[in-house]
Design a protein around this ligand. Sequence first.
Ligand code: NAP
Length: 252
Amino acid sequence: MSNLFNGEVAIITGGGSGIGAATAILFAKNGAKVVVSDVDEKHGNAVAQQIKQNGGEAFFVKADVSRPADCERLVSETLHVYGGLDIAFNNAGIGGESNPVADMSIDGWDHIIAVNLSSVFYCMKYEIAAMLKKGKGAIVNMSSILGAVGFANSPGYVAAKHGVIGITKNAALEYSAKGIRINAVGPAFINTPLLTNAGIVGDVKKALVQLHPIGRFGEAEEIAELVVWLSSGKASFVTGSYYPADGAYLAQ
Ligand code: NAP
């Protein structure tokens, strides 16, 4: 099997856990140099270590993507260590406060918009500037099926994930002719710590599984395959769009 990458440099935010970790590992297996970034130092470092132990190239950068200065430093450290940036997967995110609109706290709203939406703007702002210097690049932003439809009691999450698709389209209009392809992915429910932290276990989980015609939740590795493909030269005409990977959730 030939590799999809030949030393291209890929940043993955939220790379210490779940979908981000699986994607970081798959990028490395396919020949990319990986910058694993996360707010969680222990888990992020562990993923970078695992990649190196398996013969890949990686290093860890601690960054809270809700802070613009952290996003700027993530890109500048990448340029310092690897000399350029080719690929970015803006994946970090949280479940956030669960309440209907009238009961949602202002702090809860501000927090989820900062972590799940403003972060994508902050990261792209600095990533695109670095990619323009090379005249090429590929960005994948993490949305959700909840970027396409609503989900009661998750107004902040749903608004943020719809917004991610919006800014993805805009950035693609602005930069596709300059060699940078920009897409968004939309997983349905995926077995990761995000779901267990949100209390999606037992009977709650069983009920949610029923919403997936495929009859199960997805696995992080199944999303990683889509992200890696979208980031590779195989997807050379693919830009400005949103790709669900959802076990037919949105087909209903
Ligand atoms: P996960 O296992 O919880 O991994 C997310 C990682 O991001 C964690 O290491 C988390 O650290 C980190 N993180 C949280 N806030 C951050 C911040 N401000 N800055 C940097 N890193 C931060 O979650 P996942 O399920 O893989 O989710 C990854 C992305 O996929 C999220 O954007 C999520 O909305 C999206 N998504 C998930 C599902 C699903 O069903 N799992 C479905 C659709 C979309 P901590 O553990 O310390 O918080």
